[in-house]
Design a protein around this ligand. Structure first.
Ligand code: 13P
Length: 350
């Protein structure tokens, strides 16, 4: 395992003022996004959608890496350049989602585990040959009556560690993503408890598996009240709860953390990231790895129409810039002027 090479990639992924664009939605999830703009879920439309995001001029100023889907990593623009080569020419790292979605932990259970170990090593080798530098595997933790259970936490932590090890053995930086779902009526205290439990277990299992922390990027949720709880947490509250958990659970050697947006409104996700980064010195860069909070407003502007491409890219670049500033703790709400936000986030990924 070449730890120096992994560490170099990981540092590049969370370089100051930069974050990650998650553009790795499954076809089913893209279908849900397209339904909101009445667009048919065809391969051509998915390609045009990714073209809008990946060719936004100057995005490398804010975006260090893009997580692609298996379909997108193989696609090209109408002019023949592959999406991967477009990213490479901008100095943006191509990444790839390698899990194959979630399944109930046991039949009828609300708790989920993640699938994707079949043929994983061979798939990673192919992705390396296609230019990938990092990977993503998403595990899901549900908060509810009697949940999360110890069994679910342990299983997801072990799976994330097993995945991370194979990635590093193939020279790929694993994004380790335990997502604590925002769906539910739980309190911020319950979210804090669940996040503490899952992150404690994840770092125990990563250590047991011999995964090098310098070559890992954590991708987790901010600590926040459940969407159906009716609570509106102030950014300072989210920031303090999140940092309490991180200070207890994250090893100092970890290369960095890039948050998912998880169903927060796009401006809310920026405000909360900014509040986290205003809390003073921390051992790790804390940035964004958003899908919905970077894409939703741009998708609404785009509407699947060529003539809206430029306007949609501007909206996307604006959100990328706001989150770049937030990753440095330098965002101010008045910087939003003239840009319509999309504060009605859509459902999470599959
Ligand atoms: P959201 O930012 O929409 O939560 O998606 C991030 C992601 O990659 C989920 O796996």
């Amino acid at each position: 395992m070449d730890i120096d090479a992994l560490s170099k990639i990981a540092k590049q992924m969370v370089a100051p003022g930069k974050g990650i664009l998650a553009a790795d939605e499954s076809m089913k999830t893209v279908g849900k996004r397209f339904a909101s703009i009445n667009l048919e879920n065809t391969e051509d439309n998915r390609k045009a959608f990714r073209e809008m995001l990946l060719t936004a001029p100057g995005e490398a100023e804010y975006i260090a890496g893009v997580i692609l889907h298996d379909e997108t990593i193989r696609q090209s623009l109408p002019d023949g350049r592959s999406f991967v080569s477009v990213l490479q020419s901008e100095g943006i790292l191509p990444g790839i989602k390698v899990d194959l979605g979630t399944a109930p932990m046991v039949e009828g259970s609300e708790e989920l585990i993640t699938t994707g170990f079949d043929g994983l090593d061979a798939r990673l080798k192919e992705y390396v040959s296609l230019g990938a530098k990092f990977c993503k595997w998403r595990s899901v933790i549900t908060i509810g009556e009697g949940m999360p259970t110890e069994a679910n936490i342990r299983q997801n932590a072990k799976d994330l560690a097993a995945y991370a090890l194979v990635c590093q053995q193939n020279g790929l930086v694993p994004m380790v993503e335990p997502e604590v779902l925002i769906e539910g009526n739980h309190s911020i205290q319950q979210a804090e408890e669940a996040s503490t439990k899952i992150l404690t277990a994840v770092f125990e299992e990563l250590k047991n598996a011999g995964v090098a922390m310098e070559g890992v990027i954590l991708k987790t949720s901010m600590v926040i009240s459940g969407k159906e709880s009716g609570a509106k947490d102030a950014p300072e509250q989210v920031a303090e709860a999140t940092m309490r958990v991180f200070n207890k659970t994250l090893p100092k050697e970890l290369a960095g953390e890039a948050f998912l947006s998880g169903g927060q409104g796009d401006v809310q996700a920026t405000e909360n990231l900014n509040a986290i980064n205003q809390l003073g010195d921390k051992p790790w860069p804390l940035t964004f790895s958003y899908a919905r909070a970077l894409q939703d407003a741009a998708t609404k502007t785009w509407q699947g129409k060529k003539e809206n491409l430029e306007a949609a890219q501007k909206v996307f670049l604006h959100r990328a810039k706001m989150n770049s500033l937030a990753s440095l703790g330098k965002y101010k709400p008045e910087m939003e002027a003239d840009f319509a936000a999309s504060d009605t986030a859509t459902q999470s990924q599959d």
